[in-house]
Design a protein around this ligand. Structure first.
Ligand code: DGL
Length: 259
């Protein structure tokens, strides 16, 4: 079984890409809704949650885990890999692919404050975007809109304009979706940005990396199950927009692990 985890429902975007590539693998998706959103939490708290959530997926039988959350990957990928023996795939904002396609040498990055302030993000920018202007936009309100299933409401549209208009005005030609929640806003984001701006979403490359590693683990029957650390009723409607017919169960057996 492959375990996929996020603070909430954003990682369902990655789950969908993984399921499309690996339809015969069993997947468990865990939303750490009790601690959502991760963006404003300290890196230490996010790290602890990540260790516990991945521990819970391993206790369910995960032989491979995907941290489908930029914020948790930023705070916890190294400790997770040091703590657990199974392969762990993380996500990070697609700075490298953005730098490869930008012509104006100006890129925008939409992410959580936690991701943008993390050391991992600075290292990424230093490594790949030295000669490129990187305009970062913390967008916590968009995370909340997606989690609430407000994918195409007038409020979400107005917020998107608030976040994206300054990027358009600054002359960026490439925008990185540095938070897995934002995949669900791609259509509206594309509409606002127009044809000439490229959108970078990393769910497919992350799914491809997962598929490579999944060659080492047993296939199943393609069953996909959803769990939450919070109240299932809180996310079931929004989850239904993202995965038709999905039902979500409460997670009963959370291990205690310290970061
Ligand atoms: N989906 C998340 C990410 O990719 C986290 C959003 C949040 O919990 O603040 O960063």
């Amino acid at each position: 079984m492959i375990g996929v985890y996020d603070s909430g429902l954003g990682g369902v975007s990655v789950l969908r890409a993984i399921h499309a590539l690996l339809p015969q693998h069993d997947l468990h998706y865990l939303a750490d809704t009790a601690y959502f959103p991760y963006g404003p939490l300290s890196a230490a708290t996010v790290c602890e949650r990540a260790l516990e959530c991945v521990g819970a997926l391993i206790a369910h039988g995960a032989a491979l885990a995907v941290v489908a959350c930029n914020t948790a990957s930023s705070a916890a990928l190294e400790p997770l890999r040091a703590h657990y023996a199974i392969p762990i795939v993380g996500v990070e904002p697609g700075i490298k692919p953005a730098v490869a396609v930008t012509r104006t040498r100006r890129i925008g990055v939409l992410a959580t404050g936690g991701t943008l302030q993390g050391e991992r993000f600075s290292r990424l920018v230093q490594r790949y975007a030295n000669d490129v202007q990187v305009q970062t936009v913390p967008a916590p309100a968009l995370v909340e809109q997606v989690e609430a299933g407000q994918l195409a409401t007038p409020d979400t549209h107005a917020l998107l304009h608030e976040y994206l208009d300054p990027l358009i005005a600054a002359g960026v030609d490439t925008v990185v979706l540095g938070c897995t929640h934002f995949h669900f806003l791609s259509d509206t984001i594309r509409q606002i940005l127009g044809e000439s701006i490229t959108l970078i979403d990393t769910s497919l490359p992350v799914a491809r990396r997962t598929a490579d590693l999944a060659q080492q683990i047993a296939r199943g029957t393609g069953r996909v199950q959803f769990f939450t650390t919070g109240d299932p009723a809180q996310i079931s409607v929004a989850l239904g927009y993202m995965w038709a017919g999905a039902t979500v169960q409460p997670l009963e057996d959370m291990p205690r692990v310290r970061c």
